[in-house]
Design a protein around this ligand. Structure first.
Ligand SMILES: [Ca+2]
Ligand SMILES: [Ca+2]
Length: 126
């Protein structure tokens, strides 16, 4: 998902008179969304937690359909309403929100996206 996780990696090789070294610069961008927001979106139907409610989530719901804790196909991530069974109530939650992305949903809540950029230490070896 765009904006969910971005990683930039730059590698350069430096060659000077008989000395070969490398410089490695990494920048990692990670979302700073509160975990409770991500959990709330998960419970709206984002079973696989990839930031979009789509057919991949439906496929997981179908596999777990009819299951309860202890049955072979039980997947607690599919129990969207946390009632201990994966059934039509969970499918209904999914269907209501199908197609929604995490960022679209955040906009409806008036939440502004912020990211932190973590600059990793410069590694230089000669
Ligand atoms: Ca998903
Ligand atoms: Ca359920």
């Amino acid at each position: 998902m765009k904006g969910w996780k971005k990683t930039a990696l730059a590698v350069g090789i430096v060659a000077t008179t008989g000395i070969v070294g490398y410089v490695l610069i990494c920048k990692a961008r990670r979302p700073t969304y509160p975990p409770e927001l991500m959990e709330e979106f998960h419970k709206m139907g984002d079973v696989n937690r990839d930031g979009i409610i789509n057919d991949k989530d439906l496929a997981l719901l179908q596999v777990a359909y009819g299951s309860t804790p202890g049955t072979p196909n039980w997947n607690p991530a599919c129990d969207l309403n946390s009632d201990g069974v994966v059934d039509m109530r969970d499918i209904s939650i999914y269907a209501t929100n199908q197609g929604l992305t995490f960022e679209e949903w955040l906009k409806t809540k008036g939440y502004r996206k912020t990211h932190t950029t973590q600059k990793l230490p410069l590694i230089k070896e000669i």
